[in-house]
Write a protein that binds this ligand. Structure first.
Ligand SMILES: NC(=O)c1ccc[n+]([C@@H]2O[C@H](COP(=O)([O-])OP(=O)(O)OC[C@H]3O[C@@H](n4cnc5c(N)ncnc54)[C@H](O)[C@@H]3O)[C@@H](O)[C@H]2O)c1
Length: 435
């Protein structure tokens, strides 16, 4: 197995600089290249700046050498792993990989950090040597914080290439590696983006039918469900409606024809209008929420009210005691309960239907959502918490066919997806295996 000591990172943007930083921290020699050397140099300087810099020990910055694609591509011949992190554009990535292939040494490994371009489109018609040495290493943002890296091989990628990467990412960089397939958006973003996009539709339905508000939706889609404190709208403000719009477009183009996620790839009318007038989220000074800084130095939060299409002061929400836990709110007969059941059944059934399309087992799916989206519990762990049989009974009322992994559970007679304190999981063929 190749030992990865020298790393080249191509692209010194948000992701490339983060990847270069964590490799330098791990003691690797890193070559960080961009279109202009000045961009790579500036990205390098930022790694030791700020209140909690990615590189805490300034001497480790010497592990990074900056350069440009035009002047320094030949130096990748010394690198064991070449990680591409340039803009999400198939043509640009392919052009860069053609240069990489001409310059790199035999036995080196190349990866792309694409979030949505199929790997097979990147390596199509490329030389066999490239096709056996290439993979996706999909890091999550911020790179130094998020544990997840999705590792995806192509049709011809050598098993040894994937094993070397898995070992390096896990043991040297301390990442949680999830093995994913070359399917649209891999695992984390396939389920996480469905959760967000479906959430936008189902939350507005709950606002119309049950009088929920942006604040109550966020109060529900956070601590009670074991999800991050931003809640649904807070998270989308962080990501930006421009990014979400492109995610929806990519899903629309690449999801399988009968995929249930297709129902949610477009925005609702309200959200589309916000997007079109540039009300994108934190990056544009306001999205669903807007932070107001007053002259006296105080701050207050405003929220964008769909009813009147205008800003108003955000209201604190105190949920009833019975709606502060996953099981409690799922069982509640209130409007809050109806919304949570709607969103959770949509999301959890989606995950259950995607085995084996995106992963052969439930463990990689649960890990992807915990490590990449900071969910306290993955989808199958949530179903276990609710009680798999109770969850299925709530579905039977809708008479839709059971999603694949739920069907496996039912036919195998199992009561849950995990047993033995989470040490064993239910496989696709209804057996129990060690996690
Ligand atoms: N930002 C995220 O949250 C995130 C998360 C996971 C994966 N990704 C993926 O990582 C990759 C990089 O994203 P990012 O957020 O770091 O982007 P970024 O915009 O911060 O950086 C992009 C880099 O590409 C370079 N670039 C621009 N035009 C180029 C060209 N014509 N040729 C070569 N290089 C060019 C830029 O100089 C810049 O260094 C993308 O594939 C993206 O989809 C991003």
């Amino acid at each position: 197995m190749t030992e990865i000591k020298q790393v080249a990172v191509l692209g010194a943007g948000v992701m490339g600089s983060g990847i270069a930083g964590i490799c330098a921290n791990a003691g690797c020699q890193v070559l960080l290249l961009d279109v202009e050397q000045s961009a790579a140099e500036a990205a390098k300087a930022k790694l030791t700046a700020g209140r909690s810099p990615l590189i805490q020990e300034p001497a480790l910055l010497d592990n990074i050498r900056s350069g440009s694609f035009a002047a320094d591509m030949q130096s990748i011949a010394d690198c064991d792993w070449i990680c591409e992190a340039v803009v999400e554009d198939l043509k640009i990535k392919r052009q860069l990989f053609t240069q990489v292939e001409a310059a790199r040494a035999n036995g080196s490994i190349i990866t792309t950090n694409t979030s949505g371009i199929p790997l097979k489109d990147i390596y199509a018609d490329m030389p066999p040597r490239l096709q056996q040495d290439i993979a996706v290493t999909h890091f999550f943002n911020p790179v130094q914080v998020m544990k997840l890296v999705e590792l995806v091989g192509g049709e011809h990628t050598k098993a040894e290439t994937l094993a070397t990467l898995a070992e390096f990412l896990g043991a040297r960089l301390g990442k949680g590696v999830v093995h994913a397939k070359d399917t649209v958006n891999f695992i984390g973003n396939r389920i996480g983006c469905l959760w967000m996009l479906a959430g936008l539709h189902l939350a507005e339905k709950a606002m119309r039918e049950h009088g929920l508000t942006i604040e109550s939706v966020d109060a529900l889609t956070s601590a009670p469900l074991g999800l991050p404190p931003t809640g649904l709208y807070g998270l989308i403000d962080l990501v930006g409606l421009d990014v979400m719009f492109n995610v929806g477009k990519n899903l629309h183009a690449n999801l399988p024809p009968a995929d249930p996620g297709r129902a949610f790839t477009s925005f609702t009318e309200h959200v589309q209008r916000m997007h079109d007038r540039g009300q994108l989220g934190r990056k544009s000074g306001g999205g669903f929420y807007k932070l107001i800084r007053h002259h006296d130095g105080s701050k207050s939060m405003q929220v964008f009210d769909f009813g009147d299409d205008c800003w108003r002061a955000a209201q604190a929400v105190e949920l009833p005691e019975n709606e502060r836990t996953l099981c409690g709110v799922f069982a509640s007969d209130s409007g809050n309960g109806a919304f949570v059941r709607d969103l959770l059944t949509t999301t959890l059934c989606y995950a259950a239907a995607l085995v084996p399309e995106i992963s052969n087992d439930i463990v990689n799916i649960d890990r992807a959502m915990r490590w990449g989206f900071n969910w306290q519990h993955g989808p199958f762990e949530m179903i276990d918490q609710l009680g798999a049989r109770t969850f299925m009974q709530s579905l039977n009322q809708t008479s839709a066919p059971l999603p694949n992994m739920l069907r496996v559970l039912q036919e195998s007679g199992a009561q849950s997806f995990y047993r033995n304190d989470g040490r064993e999981y239910l496989t696709l063929d209804g057996r129990w295996e060690k996690v």
